[in-house]
Ligand binder design. Structure first.
Ligand code: GLC
Length: 456
């Protein structure tokens, strides 16, 4: 089957996934309804899953649905505030929402994590919402939407929530486990890279979205100044402390420990003994990546694809680091791209580590689902990041690896095994962001100028 026909088939999935409220298109469901659905909430519109749908709609000039989505999510945020004795902070946005039929007509119902498996509150939703608002504004030229009072309030509340003092000493944002694309327990509590990369993008675009004066919140004149300072601090912190290449590995390998005071070098007190065996001989020369998470005496050496690719796309990684990250995917192609792009995490956790860190989660067994599965939804960020670093050849290669197989397999959500050869054991079929990822990758390859819409 040729590319044109496959793209057409992907569009059919996208079309069927559109969710309507009072006759208006407001989002896309996560997977088309079928007996194969792994969980009922796949019939909801997830904020993060809608991002590639939105980029496709914007590129096709179907701006209404994106505008409706942004507005809908905004109203949901203001409507549902309390949960068992504490207030959900204004600013927090739902992981997903659905339209339900009642006797009085259609009603929107949001999930802030209080209904999701494991009761996970999403931190990435509000960040993706801000990023999508920025892209919408840039793509359509419609500045009025972001300027309206409700939108201004929401952006400010999100900034307040992320910038307010808590128990932090570093510029990275402290969050719970499972609050990202990886929404089950996977040992990512603390300072996961994906959140830092999204947070960075939000800080970077805040001044382009917020009106400089006329804040409707009290004591708010300095929020943009604080955002700018935090953005710079976060940028250098991530570029230095999350970065890992052979040179840095050598440094950590010979680190001194237990250093007190302002002049210490090993400020997080990382013990060389904590370097896992796999990384030492696996990491190629002239390549590198940002590690998954850091904290006191803790460096999570696992490679998380989405965080790294967002860091490349949105300019959190330096140009040299970005090139090295993409070169790592090239050099370790079988491990990281394999039979289906792209590996979500490398390597998988096994044995005792899997038991302790996932709580023996049978869906996240080694080399499956979020624990080292391969996710077609990660293809478009890979294509975008590869194009950004001048590696259109790798973007094309990954796209060609995915396209026919994904279509023939009926758009699975994820693949299992070290090289991603098997359709995921509990994978949905007709997963919408698997289909939109192909459409969007194709668009980016045809017109790399689309990258200019992204925050950078
Ligand atoms: C899974 C994924 C999550 C996604 C959701 C809907 O829970 O981990 O990232 O948003 O499915 O597709």
């Amino acid at each position: 089957m040729n590319t044109k026909k496959i793209i057409k088939a992907a569009y059919e999935i996208l079309e069927k996934s559109i969710m309507y409220y009072e006759g208006k298109p407001i989002g896309t469901i996560a997977a088309l309804s079928s007996p194969d659905l792994a969980a009922a909430n796949y019939e909801e519109c997830f904020i993060r899953d809608f991002v590639p749908s939105a980029l496709v709609f914007l590129a096709d000039g179907r701006t209404d649905i994106v505008r409706n989505f942004l507005t809908t999510v905004l109203t949901l945020r203001t409507r549902e505030r309390t949960s068992a004795g504490h207030e959900i902070q204004p600013g927090v946005m739902p992981a997903s929402f659905r339209v339900i039929e009642t006797e009085d007509g259609e009603v929107l119902q949001a999930d802030f994590g209080e209904k999701a498996i494991g009761r996970v509150a999403p931190v990435d939703s509000m960040m993706w919402w801000v990023i999508l608002l920025y892209i919408y504004t840039k793509s359509t030229g419609d500045k009025e939407l972001a300027k309206s009072g409700e939108f201004q309030d929401a952006i400010q509340q999100i900034l307040h929530l992320c910038l307010k003092d808590s128990f932090e000493v570093s510029p990275a944002l402290l969050v719970p486990d499972a609050c990202t694309m990886i929404d089950r327990r996977m040992g990512i509590y603390g300072h996961p890279l994906e959140i830092q990369a999204l947070f960075y993008a939000v800080l970077r675009i805040a001044d382009k979205l917020l009106n400089k004066q006329g804040s409707r919140l009290k004591n708010d004149n300095s929020i943009l100044d604080t955002a700018a300072i935090r953005q710079r601090a976060l940028q250098s912190y991530v570029r230095i402390f999350y970065w890992l290449d052979v040179e840095r590995l050598n440094e950590i390998h010979r680190y001194s420990n237990e250093q007190l005071g302002a002049d210490s070098i090993n400020i997080l007190n990382i013990y060389p003994e904590s370097i896992p065996d796999w990384v030492v001989d696996w990491l190629p020369e002239n390549c590198g990546y940002l590690v998954g998470n850091i904290g006191p005496s803790r460096m999570d050496f696992r490679l998380f694809t989405l965080g790294n690719l967002i860091a490349v796309m949105f300019g959190l990684a330096t140009d040299v680091q970005s090139e090295k990250i993409i070169r790592l995917y090239e050099t370790k192609w079988d491990d990281l791209i394999g039979a289906m792009p792209v590996k979500i995490i490398y390597p998988a956790m096994e044995g005792l580590e899997w038991r302790v860190r996932t709580g023996s989660d049978p869906k996240n067994v080694p080399w499956s689902y979020q624990n080292g599965g391969n996710w077609p939804a990660l293809l478009w960020p890979f294509v975008a990041a590869a194009l950004k670093t001048g590696r259109g050849d790798l973007a094309e290669r990954a796209f060609q690896t995915a396209i026919v197989r994904l279509h023939d397999d009926n758009w699975p959500e994820y693949y299992d095994s070290k090289t991603g050869r098997l359709i995921g054991r509990r994978s949905n079929l007709q997963q919408v962001w698997s289909a939109t990822s192909i459409i969007l990758s194709h668009k980016l390859l045809e017109d790399p100028d689309l990258l200019k819409l992204l925050p950078r």
